[in-house]
Design a protein around this ligand. Structure first.
Ligand code: ADP
Ligand code: ASP
Ligand code: MG
Length: 854
């Protein structure tokens, strides 16, 4: 059991340690407690080492002494003679300075005192509290090995131990007692000198002991309940990783997750000792188990980590790549300067490498000396400070297609180097250090939204840090169909017939009401293409919505259902002349989005007021441009044809009253609508006749567990800001999916299962004929076995329909309970673009719709 700095810094934590060690004893285990120095003490000792002035060193030693006295006081312990002796040793080292031992050996000896003191103090506390505890000198057990190319610095301050199971040590300890306390961070080298294992190295000490003793397990007790998908202090939405294999955990640790020292996993692999990461203050939380087991998981990014303080060395030389021995010459310099290289990128005339501060004792002198020597063989450029952002997950290369939004984000930054590890476990981007803090939470969100980080796999991803430690303000939105009464009702509906769509009108209404809170918006239209069920049209009409239609058929459906005074929009795309004729025969405001209609059918619109849909093209930034803007999209009039459009309109007495743009769908960032609004407004200023601006829809509905909801208050703020500058225009919006997606579910029935190779298929009685979004857009819909809601979900299934298409997959790699024929399966968020996009393909018959009013 290893306890880190914060875990040993206060009396309440020591009480936890006592309790935890006692409970392990009660289970019959023998316990080795490995401790860090009290938090902050190693830093203080290191600072003391840098002090040239003896008086200041002594002052620092006294302050450290004081910290320990205070803790002793809280523990109500007399000063134990062993602790007194260690404090005196430290004082002597402060007085002597490095002269006697040599600079590096002295530094190691001084810094070792953090752990020597905390363990001595801990031994006294545990024994006094009734748990007989033997103090063990870690240096008698951990022998540092001499490594090739090691310099004096790494040998003394970043040593390694070759820890293999040693039955003799086990027997020796067994003869002495049951509970031991020892130091993390320190070992002894062959000449008998004290050495350090590198900053954060106490975790590694614990693993060395775990391997030497072939322990039942190693427990790392720290200030957080495990390894998370990102540093939780930086990304509060980071999710607990419940189970990891050694390789993935290793990768996460070595790419920046400080919670485990990068060297602490390799000693455990061969003896197959599992490692558990737990929170000392909240021992009831599950934590992370790391072991040899490779469980069946959905292919997923497991974590995003970042390392700061990275130095890039770019080496330029003409024709170098083909030149025999060039790389050998270059790397010889790194070897000579004792620097280990992390990432490598190469080109015809350039090799760029990164140096990681956790593996290198990097200071500006070391880098300058290296650069000076390298300059003899090539042109050298040092780029610092940089940061390496790494995505970790087994089989990274097979997940690239899920990363497009993340890659788009990097597209907007200066990326110095991209590296893809040859073990296929990571993908790393080196960027300027100052962008990292803001970028990381954003990237984490994008990974969840893109389904690259499969938060739906509940066997792997636990709760978010925020929900475990936060102020509890995270709204965990619970879908209506999970409520026991509704679930029972749905099972009844499915018992009558499947497949069936079921729509929950109160959800439609509450979504509508939430949008009505957008004070900046003057008129809301429901984009009826999402779902044209009359009950939904009526409910939204009652909520005061206007309606947006894209075809004569939709105009008919709406006209047949909603009261005649409700405003309509007709916004077709590539509509025929006759479509426009039909539209013009209704009360709808017509939107044009091309030159052709005014050029060729101008007479049709004579004397009319129309709205014009424009394509804002490049104005929306890279990510949106890819989706809707530019010549790749068939929608909208390109802005460069605006003048021509206005001339034609003028010639036919057509007044352009409105401007419209729609930037895409599933957008969760409020800023985007502000941008569209601002751009439309400035275009409107040029036109003069404009009365309203329609900024479209596309309001995102999160689908993955943990994905943040669209912040409507923030959206309103953004819109109000633009409105303040352009108060003379009405603001319109036309959301579709936002209003109805969550309200609808598709109910189907399990027909059979099939195993094939490593895969398990779960067949249901409908597929892409009812719901085409997964096949068409790779859309992700939550899938639940409604008959077995709440049962343990062990299996990983491909959920498929009966259509004769290999694309007939409703969901891949879904964690579900063991199913039986006839179970009712629910496909969530099917209220939008479900039934309306269904087809008679394979003549599977129509999927019925059922409406629930409460
Ligand atoms: P100890 O002193 O117990 O060794 P550390 O400070 O070394 O503790 O490590 C725990 C800290 O690691 C956490 O408080 C957290 O800030 C940081 N950390 C960085 N990345 C991660 C991650 N992916 N998961 C959990 N913790 C992380
Ligand atoms: N006390 C050492 C450090 O702060 C080792 C550790 O805590 O893991 O680096
Ligand atoms: Mg640590």
């Amino acid at each position: 059991m290893k306890f880190g700095g914060t875990s040993v810094a206060t009396l309440p934590r020591w009480q936890n340690i006592l309790e935890l060690a006692t409970s392990r004893r009660a289970e019959g285990a023998r316990v080795v407690v490995v401790v860090s120095a009290l938090s902050g003490i190693t830093d203080a000792l290191k600072q003391m080492c840098g002090e040239g002035d003896k008086g200041k060193r002594i002052e620092a030693a006294r302050a450290i002494e004081q910290r320990h006295y205070e803790l002793l006081g809280h523990m109500e312990l007399e000063l134990p003679p062993a602790l007194d002796a260690r404090l005196k040793d430290l004082l002597a080292l402060a007085e002597d300075g490095p002269a006697k031992l040599g600079e590096l050996a002295w530094q190691a000896q001084v810094q070792a005192h953090g752990e020597l003191l905390s363990s001595t103090l801990g031994a006294a506390f545990l024994s006094r509290s009734g748990l007989a505890t033997q103090w063990l000198d870690a240096r008698d057990c951990l022998a540092a090995v001499a490594l090739p190319n090691q310099n004096e610095r790494t040998k003394l301050l970043s040593a390694m131990v070759d820890a293999r199971p040693e039955p003799a040590l086990n027997a020796r300890l067994a003869a002495k007692g049951e509970v031991f306390i020892t130091q993390g961070f320190i070992a002894r080298e062959s000449e008998g000198r004290t050495v350090l294992l590198g900053r954060g190295g106490s975790d590694t000490s614990a693993s060395y002991f775990g391997a030497l003793l072939k322990a039942a397990r190693v427990e790392i007790w720290t200030d957080v309940a495990g390894m998370f998908t990102a540093n939780p202090r930086q990304v509060p939405g980071a999710r607990l990783l419940q189970k990891l294999d050694y390789e993935e955990a290793q990768e996460i640790a070595s790419t920046g997750a400080k919670v485990l020292h990068p060297r602490c996993l390799s000693p455990l692999r061969e003896p197959r000792v599992p490692l558990l990461v737990k929170d000392t203050n909240r021992p009831e939380l599950e934590g992370t188990v790391i072991g040899p087991q490779v469980r069946e998981h959905a292919p997923s990014v497991k974590a995003i980590s970042a390392r700061k303080g990275i130095t890039l060395v770019s080496m330029e030389s003409v024709g170098m790549w083909q030149q025999v021995g060039f790389l050998a010459d270059v790397f010889a310099q790194f070897k000579q300067h004792g620097l280990s290289v992390d990432l490598i990128g190469s080109a015809e005339t350039n090799v760029t490498v990164s140096l990681d501060p956790t593996e290198n004792l990097l200071d500006s002198d070391a880098v300058a000396a290296l650069a000076a020597d390298l300059a003899k063989v090539c042109r050298v450029k040092v780029i610092a400070p940089c940061a390496a952002i790494t995505l970790v997950g087994r089989g990274m290369r097979s997940m690239l297609h899920t990363l497009s939004t993340v890659l788009a984000e990097f597209g907007q930054l200066r990326v110095h180097l991209i590296s893809q590890s040859s073990n296929n476990l990571n993908l790393t981007f080196v960027v300027d250090e100052n962008v990292v803090d803001e970028l990381l939470p954003h990237l984490h969100e994008l990974l969840i939204a893109a389904g690259a980080l499969r938060t739906d796999d509940s066997a792997l991803f636990g709760p978010s840090w925020q929900s475990l430690y936060g102020s509890g303000e995270v709204a965990i939105s619970s879908a209506w169909w999970r409520e026991p009464g509704q679930r029972k009702r749905l099972l009844g509906i499915a018992a009558e017939a499947t497949p069936r769509y079921v729509y929950h009108l109160p959800t439609v209404r509450s979504q509508a009401q939430s949008l009505k809170q957008l004070g900046a918006v003057d008129r809301l239209h429901y984009a009826v293409k999402a779902n044209t069920h009359p009950a939904i049209l009526s409910a939204l009409a009652e909520e005061g919505f206007a309606f947006e239609c894209v075809s004569p058929g939709e105009l008919d459906a709406v006209s047949a259902t909603v009261p005649t005074e409700v405003p309509l929009l007709f916004t077709p795309n590539f509509a025929s002349r006759s479509d426009f004729e039909r539209g013009l025969a209704t009360r709808a405001t017509i939107t044009l989005d091309a030159l052709y209609p005014v050029e060729h059918w101008g007479e049709l619109f004579r004397g009319r007021e129309v709205s014009l849909r424009v394509d804002l093209g490049r104005g929306l930034g890279h990510h949106e441009k890819v989706r809707t803007g530019g010549s790749g999209s068939k929608f909208g009039l390109p802005v460069d044809q605006l003048d021509s459009f206005l001339r034609h309109a003028d010639a036919h007495g057509i007044t352009v009253r409105g401007l419209h743009a729609h930037l895409g769908s599933g957008i969760l960032d409020p800023k985007h609508w502000g941008e569209v609004y601002g751009q439309l407004a400035s275009l409107a200023e040029r036109i003069g006749s404009i009365a309203f601006l329609n900024i479209g829809g596309g309001l995102g509905v999160p689908s993955h567990p943990g994905e943040a909801r669209l912040d409507l208050a923030a959206l309103d703020t953004v819109l109000r800001q633009v409105k303040a500058a352009y108060p003379h225009y009405q603001l319109w919006m036309e959301p579709g999916r936002y209003l109805v997606a969550d309200a609808g579910v598709l109910l189907a029935r399990v027909t059979q299962t099939k195993g094939k190779g490593g895969w398990r298929y779960l067949g249901v009685d409908t597929g892409m004929n009812s719901l085409i979004r997964p096949a068409l857009y790779d859309a992700w819909h939550e899938i639940a076995n409604l008959s077995r809601l709440g049962e343990e979900a062990d299996g990983l299934f491909q959920v498929v329909g009966p259509i004769c298409e290999s694309g007939d997959v409703l969901g891949s790699d879904r964690r579900l309970p063991e199913p039986a024929e006839g179970d009712v399966v629910l496909i969530a968020q099917a209220g939008a673009y479900g039934k309306v996009m269904s087809s008679p393909y394979n003549l599977r018959g129509d999927t019925e719709e059922v409406v629930l009013d409460d």
